[in-house]
Design a protein around this ligand. Structure first.
Ligand code: SF4
Length: 240
């Protein structure tokens, strides 16, 4: 559903939280705060209450700050361009690409963990995607794909829901979904994969090696002990 406000709220909720956890929060949020203007004017405590349980509260504070800025600086209209969206509090490169491609069908790339896995396998990229140069290469590949998709409206005109959202939206959502459901970290479903004939890792038997995330940093075991000390009839409040 390409409603900008709905896409924006869902993308912010999904930044640190899984889809199945987000859905009931998102539905409650939309019933209570259905528009940017309502969010901008809502009492902070009411907004925080709706977020309770999702954690990472900076996200919700930034959401309301951004809504207030949209009302004050954009006459309540969500900015349409990538740079305008990127300038909002709490929106980074990935989220701006995701919002503008899904809501406006803009040819803006996205790159998260799922997309990194799909691209490193499709193009058989053996370098660590956390390295700056490799990460930039992956952003460029994601950009080339979405720009190429933007020229192919005719390929999906027989599918009404894709036609509604547009090819850039469809491409980016397909990459995310492929990584989440088929090209998974363990046991990817290559025989069922719709792009297996294009996949260099599948062709060369290197799927299990990719992405190459390097050695994991050694973990440190830490223990914490807490005590409540009480003496005779002195109350716990007094000792605290
Ligand atoms: Fe991923 Fe396998 Fe599909 Fe390649 S063929 S993109 S490794 S699921």
């Amino acid at each position: 559903h390409p409603d900008t406000y709905e896409v924006w709220v869902s993308e912010i909720m999904l930044q640190q939280t899984q889809v199945k956890t987000v859905i009931p929060y998102w539905e409650r949020w939309m019933q209570t705060l259905p528009t940017v203007a309502v969010l901008a004017a809502a009492p902070e405590q009411r907004v925080l209450k709706l977020w309770e349980g999702l954690g990472y509260y900076t996200r919700v504070r930034n959401l309301q700050k951004a809504a207030q800025r949209i009302v004050a600086e954009h006459a309540g209209l969500f900015p349409r361009g990538f740079d305008g969206v990127l300038a909002l509090p709490g929106v980074g490169r990935y989220t701006a690409g995701s919002i503008t491609s899904i809501a406006f069908n803009a040819p803006a790339p996205i790159l998260d963990g799922n997309v990194i896995r799909v691209l490193t396998r499709l193009f058989c990229i053996a370098e660590n995607p956390r390295d700056r140069a490799t990460n930039e290469l992956l952003w460029r590949l994601a950009a080339r794909l979405v720009v190429a998709a933007s020229a192919h409206t005719s390929l999906i005109t027989n599918h009404s829901s894709l036609l509604l959202s547009g090819p850039c939206s469809a491409l980016n959502q397909s990459l995310m979904e492929l990584g989440a459901t088929v090209c998974t970290p363990l046991n990817p479903q290559c025989p069922q994969c719709p792009v297996r004939t294009h996949c260099a890792a599948h062709r060369t038997g290197r799927v299990g090696e990719l992405p190459n995330l390097g050695a994991r940093a050694a973990t440190t075991r830490r223990e914490f002990h807490a005590f409540v000390v009480e003496r005779e009839e002195i109350s716990r409040d007094a000792t605290a």
